[in-house]
Write a protein that binds this ligand. Structure first.
Ligand code: CTP
Length: 326
């Protein structure tokens, strides 16, 4: 039984547009920091600004309110969330209203609407916790990468292209359960390993929907990620995010137990046997696939189909209404 004094509630807000490893890492770090301080339970309340507030302050976001909320809700470090936040001071009074002890943010302190530091009041009242911002990635940078992908960037720019760095330890931190007391699931103890291969570039509500449904079909969800080079070879354009950035993002969702990096484009016997895979999932967008895409997929999934272990899932986009209201 965890007592009140062993529990801490914390808050972290953002735009969470084109949700990327910088955002996921901020949420992960915030939660871990308080576990490291000795709390047994850390309740992370995430706040997300409204489309209108973002549009007025920084320009329109790439993803809508509902899309940004769906991805945030799928994040394993988030316990509760507040939506449609205005771009105003995240004050000690707000912290009280949300019953949180600490307000956290990366070390890139924003200014709120009408001027003034968004966290000045919380800092002054001793209710603010600074986190280290993740270098090499941002929403703006992702947009720049998209522009380059369209062939509009120069070679020198490509050489200097940054990305979020990953060590094997960092990957392990993303793969670990959000609660350090909980043991990670083991592939070897799983009865039904469900395998979802894909690119998973820029996690969106369609991915979230497929992963959520796939997890229900077994007791271990394994994602297979194609390498950047493999994607370029088969699709013509490389993914926007590197394979490691994509790995950290899918590991941040509530349902993924592990990721296989650089899987073969076509399902192989070795892959099915080594990973003890019982079911292979192909996700379908609500409006289906183009005939060319279907043909390519047929080839990729041939072995799983012939073994009768291929299953199609249709993505649906529904946002739950479980958010806290202020
Ligand atoms: N964050 C981070 N590292 C990044 C990007 C964001 O640690 N590379 C953190 C921010 O400091 C904040 C949280 O993620 O605590 C949510 O940030 P948000 O307001 O959504 O994003 P921005 O800071 O505007 O980041 P971006 O430039 O990517 O939009």
């Amino acid at each position: 039984q965890i007592t009140d004094s062993e529990t801490v509630r914390i808050f972290l807000n953002g735009c969470f547009d084109l949700m990327h490893v910088g955002h996921f890492n901020a949420l992960r770090q915030a939660k871990r920091l308080f576990f490291q301080q000795g709390y047994k339970k850390v309740v992370l309340v995430a706040g997300i600004h409204s489309d209108d507030a973002i549009a007025r302050h920084k320009g329109p976001p790439m993803m809508s309110d509902d899309e940004r909320i769906a991805v945030l809700e799928a994040t394993k470090w988030v316990d509760e969330f507040v939506t449609h936040l205005p771009y105003v001071s995240m004050s000690a009074q707000l912290a009280d209203a949300l019953r949180v002890k600490w307000i956290c943010h990366g070390d890139d302190m924003p200014i709120c609407e009408g001027g003034g530091g968004m966290y000045s009041d919380a800092v002054e009242k001793g209710r603010f916790q600074l986190l280290k911002r993740t270098e090499g990635i941002s929403t703006t940078q992702i947009i720049q990468r998209l522009i380059r992908q369209q062939g509009l960037g120069s070679e020198t720019e490509v050489d200097a292209m940054e990305s979020a760095l990953a060590t094997t330890q960092r990957l392990g931190q993303f793969a670990a359960p959000a609660d350090p007391e909980q043991d990670a699931k083991l592939l070897t103890s799983a009865k039904t390993v469900v395998y979802v291969p894909g690119i998973f570039d820029l996690v969106h509500p369609g991915h979230v929907s497929i992963l959520r449904q796939a997890a229900k079909l077994g007791d271990y969800l394994l994602v297979g990620l194609y390498s950047d080079e493999m994607v370029r070879l088969h699709r013509g354009t490389p993914p926007v995010l590197t394979m490691l950035e994509r790995a950290m993002a899918v590991l941040s969702t509530r349902w993924v137990d592990d990721v296989v990096l650089g899987v073969p484009w076509k399902i192989t016997k070795e892959l099915l046997a080594t990973m003890n895979i019982s079911m292979v999932i192909v996700g379908r967008p609500p409006d289906g696939l183009e005939p060319k895409q279907l043909q390519a997929e047929e080839d990729q999934m041939d072995l799983a189909r012939s073994q009768g272990i291929l299953k199609q899932l249709w993505s649906s986009f529904a946002v739950s209404s479980e958010a806290l209201t202020l």
